[in-house]
Design a protein around this ligand. Structure first.
Ligand code: COA
Length: 259
């Protein structure tokens, strides 16, 4: 499938989604958000895809935010609808049954920081910059940023970043726990591939169980421990569980099929 604002490639069962509006620093207009939603939905349904990388085109920016040009003249109701649409797609990424890594290759501001936070893991190049600068525009984050930044860096620093609009660099993001690793720009995709190859060798069913259980911690009205019990129990019905335990007992490498 071809997209207006995304490039997609599948190699070794890893789908790379590249947000492709480099002249606008990959700002997320409505069409792009919609296309990301479609790409993730397609990837979940495609048995040839086992993992996903999301990155930005060009050397300068992952995503420099929602497209500010589209904000002009919006009513309260239209503003809410915009936030709802963004949150829906970002929640879809967070709940994706397959692992999703953000390869943050530069500015991750506003909606860009929020997009990276919706991914399961974040790898940053050493020129990456993170921030929630919406207050500079008389706005606040709308694509889940006020909720997810707290989850990664705690209320103290989250409030500071949201209220000051300050940017932090990749090393600061690492020390705050916002990103998993910082690497040189030319090592960004190789590092993502290294991690995903490791994850791909595990049982896909078990990986989905991990995603669902960990996400349950942050879901209102859901008891994460109960969710874990449920996900743990479900593993026992899988071929992967039988293969994993048999391989251990037979002292060989497991060959998981995702069944
Ligand atoms: N929405 C729409 N367009 C954007 C954008 C955004 N969030 N971020 C950057 N762009 C566009 C610029 O308007 C410019 O377009 P033009 O060449 O047609 O004028 C182009 O991308 C390049 O950006 P520019 O500002 O010239 O690059 P820079 O290197 O001087 O500055 C940033 C980079 C990221 C610091 C700056 O672009 C910026 O502050 N962007 C907005 C960040 C933001 O507030 N995000 C949250 C939005 S809710």
């Amino acid at each position: 499938m071809t997209f207006e604002n995304l490039l997609t490639t599948i190699e070794n069962a890893i789908l790379t989604i590249t947000i492709n509006r480099p002249d606008k620093l990959n700002a997320l207009n409505k069409k792009t958000v919609e296309e990301i939603g479609i790409a993730i939905r397609n990837a979940e349904a495609n048995t040839d895809v086992k993992a996903i990388i999301i990155t930005g085109a060009g050397p300068k920016s992952f995503v420099a935010g929602a497209d500010i040009a589209e904000f002009v003249g919006l009513s309260v109701e239209q503003g809410k609808a915009l936030a709802q649409a963004g949150q829906d797609v970002f929640r879809q990424i967070e709940n994706c049954a397959k692992p999703v890594i953000a390869a943050v290759n530069g500015f991750a501001l506003g909606g860009g920081c929020e997009l990276s936070m919706a991914c399961h893991l974040r790898i940053a190049s050493d020129n990456a910059k993170f921030g929630q600068p919406e207050v500079n525009l008389g706005l606040i984050a709308g694509y889940g940023g006020t909720q997810r930044l707290i989850q990664y860096i705690g209320k103290t620093k989250a409030l500071e970043l949201h209220m000051t609009a300050d940017m932090i660099n990749a090393e600061q993001a690492l020390s705050l726990g916002l990103v998993n690793y910082v690497v040189a720009p030319n090592q960004l995709i190789p590092k993502c591939l290294e991690i995903l190859e490791k994850i791909k060798a595990k049982s896909p069913k078990a990986i989905t169980g991990v995603i669902n259980s960990v996400n349950a911690y942050f879901e209102n009205g859901v008891n994460g421990f109960d969710a874990e019990i449920n996900e743990f129990g479900k593993c026992f019905a899988t071929e992967d569980f039988k293969e994993g335990t048999a391989a251990f007992l037979e002292k060989r490498k497991a060959n998981f099929t995702g069944k």
